[in-house]
Design a protein around this ligand. Structure first.
Ligand code: ZN
Length: 166
């Protein structure tokens, strides 16, 4: 699947709740995992592949975890703050320090429609918050100061111009 880049309106749309978890959703999740690994990302949300649904996949960040897909995720608890560098497959070439909750609890559904609850801290918590943001049309560049955002967008324009064919 093609990863949509900053400027594509699908990245700014709020994803719809998934009401019917069927084979097409499981196929979508499998295709998204494949796309995520190919792009060497640690998480990928459905809007990033042009599908406006509340689903994301993420890399296993703890050895005992498997890579997983989460449907209709909701962050039900946040605590602390943590500032660390973040990037995004939809905004390649840019990264910035972003403040996130240090610890979170996320609830959602797995690919069988069973409820899941994940308590996460550190990088895993950051990854989940970043992916849930995607489902609301929010990108990490929206989470920095206006000045820094302006700088990032300037750099983005420059990168796009360099990448464009002559
Ligand atoms: Zn992202």
């Amino acid at each position: 699947m093609d990863v949509r880049l900053l400027g594509d309106p699908v990245l700014r749309r709020r994803g719809d709740e998934i009401t019917n978890i069927d084979e097409s959703i499981r196929k979508l999740a499998a295709d998204m995992l494949e796309t995520m690994y190919a792009a060497e990302g640690i998480g990928l949300a459905a809007p990033q592949v042009g599908i406006s649904l509340r689903l994301f996949v993420m890399e296993a960040l703890e050895p005992e975890q498997e890579a997983r897909a989460v449907i209709n995720p909701v962050i039900t608890h946040k605590a602390g703050t943590d500032r660390d560098e973040e990037g995004c497959l939809s905004v390649p070439g840019l990264n910035a320090l972003v403040d996130r909750a240090e610890e979170i609890v996320m609830e959602g559904l797995d690919l069988e429609g069973e409820p899941i609850r994940i308590e996460a801290a550190g990088l895993l918590a950051r990854c989940i918050q970043h992916e849930v943001d995607h489902l609301d049309g929010i990108l990490f560049i929206d989470r920095v100061s206006p000045l820094q955002r302006k700088m990032l967008l300037g750099k983005w324009k420059k990168l796009q111009a360099e990448a464009a064919p002559p």
